[in-house]
Design a protein around this ligand. Structure first.
Ligand code: GAR
Length: 214
């Protein structure tokens, strides 16, 4: 029997990197086993996620969006970093930039993202980070959550892989809600989805994603 080689994962980040930490911890525990985190790419210098990568002995690279005049030039630099490291799949873990259609086509059904709401609520252009939770509280929803989805050309519009609901406690602040959704939903689902993707267990037909049995 041939031993299947691990997929090489590139994690794209922009900030604190708690989702990256969940992925690193899952790999250390052996739960993320069909893939290995080969590089962490930050779009901002000084992103704490880079320190998390260093502590885990994973290479961290900064490809600063602001250093490039156009998105094309930025994405060309990003592509180079990923190709040099023979990356197979991309996990967007708190990555605050929208990738072009052209870039996404380089990794068909091999890019996943975590969004801190139950898509199609509170998603799309302008809905990222803390803002998502502020809007959810303003709207008065009683349940929120997180979604892991394939990345396509529409912001937060790709086929849904997993969702997890979180009940909103009365009077909670946006900051505390963000932490709660991360802990109960994002940090649980993202490593699971990454493992399924790397194990080749996700099948997509149009918008419908199914999880294949082992
Ligand atoms: C997470 O809540 C993630 O879902 C969100 O930003 C936070 C990053 O936290 N991402 C988006 O809003 C993307 N649209 P982290 O850096 O601690 O993982």
């Amino acid at each position: 029997m041939t031993k299947q080689t691990k997929k090489r994962i590139g994690v794209l980040v922009s900030g604190g990197g708690t989702n990256l930490q969940a992925l690193l911890d899952a790999e250390a525990r052996g739960e993320l086993k069909s893939g290995t985190i080969a590089v962490v790419v930050a779009s901002k210098p000084g992103a704490y996620a880079l320190e998390r990568a260093a502590k885990a002995g994973v290479e961290g690279v900064c490809v600063e969006r602001k250093a490039y005049e156009t998105r094309e030039a930025f994405e060309a630099a990003l592509q180079k970093v990923l190709e040099e490291r023979q990356i197979d799949v991309l996990v967007l873990a708190g990555f605050m930039l929208v990738l072009s259609d052209q870039f996404i086509k380089l990794y068909p059904d091999r890019i996943i993202n975590v969004h801190p709401a139950l898509i199609p609520s509170f998603c799309g252009d302008g809905f990222y980070g803390l803002r998502v939770h502020e809007r959810a509280l303003e709207y008065g929803v009683k349940v929120t959550g997180a979604t892991v989805h394939f990345v396509n050309e529409i912001t937060d519009g790709g086929a849904i892989i997993m969702q997890k609901a979180v009940a909103i406690p009365e009077g909670i602040s946006p900051e505390d809600l963000q932490q709660l959704v991360m802990k109960e939903a994002e940090h649980v689902m993202l490593p699971q989805a990454a493992e399924l993707l790397c194990a080749g267990r996700l099948s997509r037909k149009g918008r419908l994603v199914t999880i294949d049995n082992k």
